[in-house]
Design a protein. Sequence first.
Length: 259
Amino acid sequence: MKLIDTHTHLYLPEFDNDRQKVIENAKQAGIQYAILPNIDRESIPQMKAMQTSYPDFCFMAMGLHPTSVKENYQEELDLIYDELKTGHYIAVGEMGIDLYWDKSFYEQQKNAFRKQAEWAVEFHLPLIIHSRDSFDEIFKLMDDIWTPQLKGVFHCYTGNEQQARKIIHDYGFKLGLGGVLTFKNSTLRDEIKAIDLKHFLLETDAPFLAPVPYRGKRNESAYVSIVAQKLAEVKQCSIEEIAEISSANAMELFNLTSK
């Protein structure tokens, strides 16, 4: 059984003391690849260092996280663009709109979203979209800028079935499922029950959003197997089927077959 963690921040300081062990845990749990989305300029050196240390396991995405969009966001975007031009990245992200923590830079977040979406088309790369408390706002943007060349994933999906179907049918995007699927108070299991498996990717968002029974503790890539098991229960199929289909979805979206 082979799984892919399509969204994990294993380069962050939370893993500085046992990063090698975390990688070993992931491989033992059947994780074949891990995709590392960028946050901002400060995270680029750590992310690159990790990809250098684990070149057959880690792949990088380059973007500006919406919570890092501040007064100097244009300078940050210039750096992101220069990085994308190197060709070392398999996606543009993590990018998007976040209205949970701070709404004061909403207009700048929209500008950064549009620009990074343009780059995804320019470089023929998928988008990794962060959409916390912002589905309606992102839909307005996507309805305005979408082209058939734009593809990607709504990472850490927490919306309802209607929103999921809009993402799938209007934009052709995937849905990234993580630890929230296992939370006891989450309605996500009911909302995605009728959605075909071909639309899902699996992820952890480590070190954040650890699944039950590790909720509240540090998340790690090995736990994507727990998400896979929960999705298998929801869809009433085997975990092997979940692994096969979700991994094929990821390989196709991120063009990993040629890596």
